[in-house]
Ligand binder design. Structure first.
Ligand SMILES: Cc1cc2nc3c(=O)[nH]c(=O)nc-3n(C[C@H](O)[C@H](O)[C@H](O)COP(=O)(O)OP(=O)(O)OC[C@H]3O[C@@H](n4cnc5c(N)ncnc54)[C@H](O)[C@@H]3O)c2cc1C
Length: 340
């Protein structure tokens, strides 16, 4: 089957790989120019933290995110060996310890650590925190390395990837189109909205953390993700706004304040990059596969694009090639038409 995939974010790349590996004749079309080392406007996937945190995310999401997300960790470990499964630590300042208890009540797959336990995992945190939640099975990856690994895989599979092409399903000569345009698909998916996220990349030789650390705060929960060689991603705001251009001073102050509570040496870190993008989300913040005639839309990955892309891509490939139906990611009216 000839399948065109539109959009080379994490969703489009994962779908193209899964389709091509099942024998489809795939072409991938991306509006942005070929990836260089600089930032990529219009692509949410470029600015992500890269946390694969199905159980932490349960705090503010439906069970479905954990169910779809958990198998994604092994998918990434197979395709990107640098994916680190070292768990996630969740901490809070002494005055916010109730937040930690509340977080524990709403999540699963964790254990409590005291400062001796913290000393073993992240010695530099044990002086500042005497309690933490540890989600041992969670993982993290470098999103930019992950995108490159999937592009590399497409090259091996002989899938042509065209950059600089502003594609639309109606103009393509393919039997089926898989539309992974993220927020740009709002011309068809009119119920899609954008949720802005701001982030920083910093560098410090004074900080040695080997796993993502989340700090709870009633107003601005934030996290730090190690990227190796002294680099750390600090993220992320979550604002109901579609302004993908401006980064506010307040957001950066708040993110850095949180980082300095985790480790004061973040105050001396060098700022390498500031970034912002808009996450594509539906009203219920859950991902969807939606058919419109011969086009399958894969969208609404919201805060979980890296976590969910593996499973959604497998579902999309089975839906396209074998007419498979997945009620859990389909709207009720589509379910009736497709799954009967
Ligand atoms: C600050 C921040 C932190 C995040 N942290 C995490 C995290 O830790 N873990 C996690 O799992 N997720 C995280 N996310 C969420 C994740 O980044 C998104 O869910 C994911 O990137 C969405 O991917 P996508 O492929 O749907 O969209 P996009 O990455 O936006 O890709 C869509 C692509 O379609 C292209 N396109 C648009 N229109 C056209 C057209 N007409 N023709 C051709 N191409 C087109 C665009 O150029 C773009 O490349 C984070 C997001 C942000 C902003």
């Amino acid at each position: 089957m000839r399948v065109a995939v539109i959009g080379a974010g994490v969703a489009g790349l994962a779908c193209a790989v899964e389709l091509a590996e099942r024998g489809a004749q795939v072409q991938l079309l991306e509006r942005a120019p070929p990836p260089l080392s600089g930032g990529r406007t219009g692509q949410c996937s470029w600015f992500a933290g890269g946390m694969l945190a199905p159980w932490c995310e349960r705090e503010h999401t439906e069970e479905l995110i954990a169910t779809l997300g958990a198998p994604g960790i092994e998918w990434w470990r197979r395709r990107l060996p640098s994916t680190a499964r070292q768990g996630t630590l969740v901490v809070a300042q002494a005055r916010d310890t109730l937040e930690l208890t509340r977080f524990a009540r709403r999540t699963a797959h964790w254990q409590w650590l005291d400062s001796a336990g913290l000393q073993q995992l992240e010695p530099e945190l044990s002086e500042r925190f005497d309690r933490a939640l540890f989600f041992a099975e969670e993982a993290h990856l470098d999103p930019r390395a992950a995108l490159a690994a999937l592009r590399e895989r497409l090259l091996e599979l002989g899938v042509p990837v065209q950059f600089g092409v502003d594609a639309h399903a109606s103009a393509l000569d393919a039997e089926v189109t898989v539309d992974c345009r993220g927020l740009a698909a709002r011309d068809v998916l009119t119920d899609l909205r954008g949720v802005k996220g701001e982030m920083l990349l910093v560098h410090s030789n004074e900080i040695h953390l080997s796993r993502p650390v989340r700090i709870l705060h009633p107003r601005i929960p934030m996290y730090i993700v190690p990227r190796g060689l002294g680099h750390y991603m600090i993220g992320a705001t979550s604002i109901e706004s579609e302004d993908a251009e401006r980064i506010t001073a307040r957001s950066i102050i708040e993110l850095l304040n949180g980082a300095c509570v985790v480790h004061p040496a973040f105050g001396e870190a060098h700022i390498v990059e500031l970034g912002t993008q808009v996450r594509p989300a539906f009203a219920d913040n859950l991902p969807k596969l939606r058919w419109h005639e011969r086009t399958l839309y894969v969208n609404g990955l919201y805060r979980h694009g890296y976590l969910l892309a593996p499973m959604l891509a497998q579902m999309a490939a089975e839906a396209v090639l074998n007419d498979a139906c997945y009620p859990e990611v389909m709207d009720a009216h589509h379910r009736q038409r497709r799954c009967s």
